[in-house]
Write a protein that binds this ligand. Structure first.
Ligand code: DQA
Length: 147
């Protein structure tokens, strides 16, 4: 099974962007870890990042045709994008919403998510480990792994 790991705006700056909030791992490190975990649990992990809302919409639609799961950190679009909400609503592929930081401990504009209502599950505030947990949860759901 194939799972897309989609990261949204500014996540290309991981490692240098507000390391106190987001940690010191780079996006490259995060994606390498995701592929390793995927390998461990029987998933082919396809990692993509874009600063553009429409690219994320296109990839969600593509996942609807060709992937069995999505791990999505939509970054700031989480809090603004009806288009991403609608794209997720239009595909049957289960999506796990991930945030590195605990958005509920931060500014109030981060407390609402357009993704949550159309997510199979949500992992918030556990840093890069959140992607690991999301992939393991998807593997179980998809039946890629017995454990
Ligand atoms: C984020 C939280 C968002 O509020 C923020 O805009 C991000 C990253 C996170 O992973 O903690 O870009 O999604």
């Amino acid at each position: 099974p194939v799972v897309f790991v989609l990261n949204g705006p500014n996540l290309n700056l991981l490692g240098s962007r507000e390391p106190a909030v987001y940690g010191s791992l780079t996006l490259e490190d995060l994606e390498a870890r995701a592929r390793d975990v995927g390998h461990e649990v029987g998933l082919t992990v396809d990692c993509r990042q874009s600063n553009h809302e429409g690219a994320l919409v296109d990839w969600i639609q593509e996942a609807g045709r060709s992937a069995q799961g999505i791990v999505l950190n939509a970054g700031a679009f989480t809090h603004t994008s009806v288009a991403i909400h609608d794209a997720l609503r239009s595909v049957a592929t289960p999506t796990i919403e991930v945030h590195l930081s605990n958005v509920h401990a931060r500014e109030s504009f981060r407390h609402h998510s357009y993704v949550s209502a159309v997510a199979a599950g949500i992992i918030i505030g556990l840093g890069v480990d959140g992607y690991d947990f999301a992939l393991r949860a998807l593997a179980r759901r998809i039946g890629a792994t017995a454990s």
